[in-house]
Design a protein around this ligand. Structure first.
Ligand code: ZN
Length: 217
């Protein structure tokens, strides 16, 4: 096993434990993956992100075939769809985190931007967040719906489910997933409050200064 793979296994377990300890995943929900040069690693099916063993992570080859470790998460195809459209993404975090999941259940969302750009940090890390229409767990049409959006967006929100966030590194994907969750919380706190969201000029200035959100992952 390469030093890079050993480090990636440890990094997945550390990040997953941190997410679990702070209540961003519960039960056996949520999954984390890292792309390697010849395939990828993903958290196993029915595993708690708080109790992972680096040696038992699922190892997939470059074609997505399970080659070692425990069987992969049943949601592995969500990751596969994002990676297929985002060749520079090196890691993906999928959560059922409470506030983002709550927003994902709301009616009347803007499907092209379902959480508005309330702060520059959300605009820089996530950008526009599309809502992917509901499909039952395991329905392969969900993968197609993600692929249709992933080439232009580093993160998507699955309706009645939760976010899928890609990054140029595992740390970047985790940070972006946390920013998304915090902004979902703000969005819900502000539901009944007249709110100023960032305007087109504000967003253009951020793009020009810092580059478009998720461009490197
Ligand atoms: Zn899920």
């Amino acid at each position: 096993m390469s030093p890079a793979e050993i480090e990636a296994r440890d990094a997945i377990c550390r990040a997953a434990l941190s997410l679990f300890d702070r209540g961003l995943t519960a039960g056996s929900s949520g999954n984390v993956s890292v792309r390697l040069d010849d395939g990828w690693l993903i958290t196993p099916t029915n595993s708690s992100l708080g109790r992972l063993d680096p040696a038992r992570l699922s190892r997939l080859d470059a074609s997505g075939r399970h080659v070692s470790g425990d069987p992969p998460s049943k949601e592995v195809f969500l990751h596969e769809a994002m990676y297929a459209e985002r060749p520079r993404s090196r890691a993906i975090v999928h959560l059922h985190s409470t506030y983002a999941a709550a927003v994902s259940c709301m009616d009347g969302l803007d499907c092209d931007s379902c959480i508005p750009p309330l702060t520059p940090y959300f605009a820089m890390k996530i950008g526009r967040l599309p809502l992917v229409p509901y499909h039952r767990p395991g329905d392969r049409r969900l993968a197609e719906a993600i692929r249709a959006r992933a080439c232009r967006h580093c993160a998507v929100l699955l309706a009645n489910h939760g976010p899928v966030v890609a990054g140029a590194s595992l740390e970047a994907a985790v940070n972006a997933a946390e920013e998304l969750e915090e902004t979902a919380k703000l969005f819900l706190l502000l539901r009944a409050v007249p709110t100023r969201v960032l305007g087109d000029a504000d967003l253009a200035e951020l793009d020009a200064t810092f580059g478009p959100a998720g461009a490197d992952g």
